[in-house]
Design a binder for this molecule. Structure first.
Ligand SMILES: [Zn+2]
Length: 292
């Protein structure tokens, strides 16, 4: 008798955008409840799950490599060991993809929440996990997360997992951190600021050879709910009204331009399109592409 598989295959998926190759990597998943969403009672949350044939709000945590010419960027670093045993898989998936941490010359962060930035540094040694990488992030992120006054106003959980995490994870990169407000950040990659989820939350538009992909960061956390109902905000949004406005603007842009998108919490690997559906929106996942 053959032995049944005991673990899932490594989560690595390549998608060519013109001359650029984007690789989706999984950091694992976050298991959450309706309580992560503002103003969504449990019975309504349960209805959304049932309609999507899902048993729980399980969020993918995705990261992406961008191979552009002879340069290599990593978008997000996963969650390290901050968020439990079902997350923190990024470094293993990177190795399986044949990428050494020393190969990465640039790290682009959409923002500094623990599922995005907590893989920057090994806290047991205080050493950078990516010793050759420049850290690139919107200027509002360190301005906010390194601000003692803002930290003092946060909950205990926010103090530890957001403010403290951002500070300790960025520490070994202080001398090689580049902040931006706009413009081209990496060859073929342009900033698309979409603030609200955090003060500097930014998507990355990849363009090459007439093709494009928008990595929209945390524009969506709960796709079953927030695509058809973009007004639903998250308890972790620093400015929920601005987060909603950014989400609607990004959805409108993606729908109008028939733009390929992916994101950090769309179900892995997350590639697909947004289209208008009445007054709201619908997400259409892209099928697996065999050929690069
Ligand atoms: Zn996130």
């Amino acid at each position: 008798m053959t032995k049944h598989p005991q673990q899932q295959i490594p989560a690595i998926y390549h998608r060519r955008i013109g001359d650029i190759t984007v690789t989706a990597l999984s950091d694992g998943v976050l298991v959450r409840t309706h309580e992560m969403m503002n103003d969504v009672p449990k019975d309504e949350g349960d209805r959304h799950l049932a309609a999507a044939f899902r048993e729980a709000f399980v969020l993918s945590i995705n990261a992406f490599l961008i191979h552009s010419g002879d340069r290599l960027a990593l978008v997000e670093t996963g969650s390290g060991d901050y968020l439990g045993p079902e997350a923190g898989k990024l470094s293993a998936n990177l190795l399986t993809a044949g990428i050494a941490a020393t190969d990465i010359d640039t790290i682009l962060l959409t923002h500094m929440h623990p599922d995005h930035s907590a893989g920057l540094t090994d806290m047991s040694t205080g050493e950078a996990n990516y010793p050759n990488a420049e850290l690139v992030v919107h200027e509002n992120e360190p301005q906010h997360w390194f601000d003692d006054g803002a930290m003092a106003r946060g909950s205990e959980r926010e103090k530890k997992f957001m403010f403290q995490q951002a500070r300790e994870q960025c520490a070994p990169y202080q001398s090689r951190m580049r902040t931006f407000t706009n413009g081209e950040l990496f060859p073929g990659v342009t900033a698309v600021p979409c603030h609200g989820h955090t003060p500097g939350h930014t998507g990355f538009l990849i363009e090459s050879g007439g093709e494009a992909l928008l990595i929209w960061g945390d524009t969506v956390h709960m796709p079953e709910v927030q695509v058809p109902r973009p007004e639903v905000t998250m308890t972790v949004d620093t400015d929920p009204a601005a987060a909603e406005a950014s989400r609607r603007r990004i959805f409108d842009m993606a729908a109008a331009d028939r733009l390929l998108v992916t994101g950090m919490h769309l179900h892995y690997p997350g590639f697909g399109h947004v289209e208008k559906a009445g007054n709201n929106y619908r997400f259409v996942p892209e099928p697996w592409k065999q050929n690069l």
